[in-house]
Design a protein. Structure first.
Length: 44
């Protein structure tokens, strides 16, 4: 079991998403949105 605080956990999650996703963009309400940023915002 790994124990860490919330801030470190979020950093680990960001690194995981950056490693395993392409930084592509898609349209949401006529705005370009990064897949990585979208995933991280939904996870937070």
């Amino acid at each position: 079991m790994v124990e860490t605080n919330l801030i470190d956990s979020f950093q680990i999650l960001m690194e995981f998403v950056a490693k395993h996703t392409l930084d592509r963009f898609f349209l949401v309400d006529d705005k370009n949105v990064s897949v990585r940023n979208w995933l991280l915002n939904r996870a937070a």
